[in-house]
Design a protein around this ligand. Structure first.
Ligand code: 9MR
Length: 360
């Protein structure tokens, strides 16, 4: 079985040669052949038995024609970057806003794309009414549990049959492998995790239900905590089918070790794996060497996925630097995606393309 067709160093010099290749065409008609270099990523991914996805920024989708065309042309899986999160869908208690999520599901359906649902239970982007109610004691533990149950059930049912994979719980462990301190753990105890999976499964028995986190690419304390949790939950009959690896990397921290081994151990549990939010940031300004390293990192994660029969979905967290979340959170860092702010293809785009062409 192949994991890395080329050692990272070899790939690095190879990608340096192709730096600056082509520009994006803003043409969502999937024309062209693999050989001429114009076949969209989704056509190549299809041949490799993989879904290639992107997070979608709904404001950009509405306002930016080039962005909209590229989402349709290049990808066959989409994830809502924000519009399926709790603070968006239930801004006031009992008042729902599904407009963005509905729009994305419709967009995907028209283009033959699957949807990854993101995310049901998280410590972040919770509605104010919920966090305030818990903080001031007006929402107690029993009520909080029924609020969570209602949230999971309502959202999953609404999109029943239209979501391929749901990120049921997101980022529930600390780096050392202890459960993350969150309102869910503090108020409900660790059983909220199994409960969330059971509720989601009852609402849509066909959706594949995922754990999802960052810094879990390789074998480490955090990914081992997920492995142990998944093993235990599955032994108890809890419907957990997938392990989502976000894949937010930074070239200054090095490429994570043991990625193939990590995927393999989840596969041995009978689980699916997926890369769910891949981007590779760098300290700005970008230069040819950094972009080549970035390309090698994208390729390293993609090859690990292609090398594992359990991994059928590879999603990037945005495909253009124009709308990337990175510079807003990590000052002085960015250039983390496959194309520049003008949609010009970076070496990382070429590396992903070549990886898909080589296939499994
Ligand atoms: O990209 C998302 C950004 O627009 C939001 O402001 C942010 C809020 O926390 O969430 C970002 O997406 C995150 C994802 O939902 C979970 N994993 C980490 C992602 C990057 O922060």
């Amino acid at each position: 079985m192949k994991y890395f067709r080329m050692p990272l160093v070899g790939l690095l010099s190879a990608t340096l040669l192709v730096a600056g290749v082509g520009t994006a065409t803003a043409d969502d008609a999937p024309q062209g052949s693999a050989r001429s270099g114009t076949a969209p990523l989704r056509a190549l991914a299809d041949r490799a038995g993989l879904r290639i996805g992107t997070a979608v920024d709904m404001a950009a989708l509405a306002d930016d024609t080039a962005y909209r065309r590229m989402v349709g042309r290049e990808f066959d899986s989409v994830t809502a970057e924000n519009v399926m999160k709790w603070e968006v869908v239930e801004p006031a208690r009992g008042t729902y806003d599904w407009s963005g999520a509905d729009e994305l599901v419709r967009f995907a359906r028209e283009r033959g794309q699957v949807v990854r649902g993101h995310t049901l239970v998280w410590h972040s982007q919770l509605p104010g009414w919920l966090t305030t109610g818990v903080a001031d004691g007006s929402i107690g533990a029993a009520e909080l549990r029924s609020i969570l149950r209602k949230h999971v059930t309502t959202e999953v049912k609404r999109y029943k049959g239209r979501i391929q994979q749901w990120d049921v719980v997101n980022e529930v462990f600390e780096e050392d492998g202890s459960l993350r301190d969150s309102i869910w753990l503090r108020e409900l105890g660790p059983s909220y995790i199994a409960d969330a999976f059971r509720w989601a499964h009852a609402a849509d028995p066909k959706a594949k239900l995922f754990l999802n986190d960052y810094n879990v690419e390789g074998v480490n304390a955090k990914s081992t905590a997920y492995y142990d949790l998944a093993k235990r939950l599955r032994a108890e009959g809890v419907p957990v089918q997938g392990f989502g690896i976000q894949g937010h990397l930074a070239i200054q921290y090095g490429f994570p070790g043991d990625v193939p081994e990590n995927l393999a151990r989840f596969a041995r549990l009978g689980m699916q794996t997926a890369f769910t939010e891949v981007d590779v940031r760098m300290i700005l300004p970008a230069d040819a060497e950094k972009l080549a390293t970035q390309a090698a990192y994208f390729r390293g994660l993609l090859d690990a996925c292609l090398g594992s029969r359990s991994c059928r979905s590879f999603t990037v967290w945005g495909f253009t630097d124009k709308y990337s979340w990175v510079p807003g959170v990590f000052a002085g860092q960015g250039a983390a995606t496959l194309t520049g702010e003008d949609y010009g293809r970076k070496p990382a785009y070429a590396a992903v393309r070549e990886g898909l062409m080589e296939g499994r």
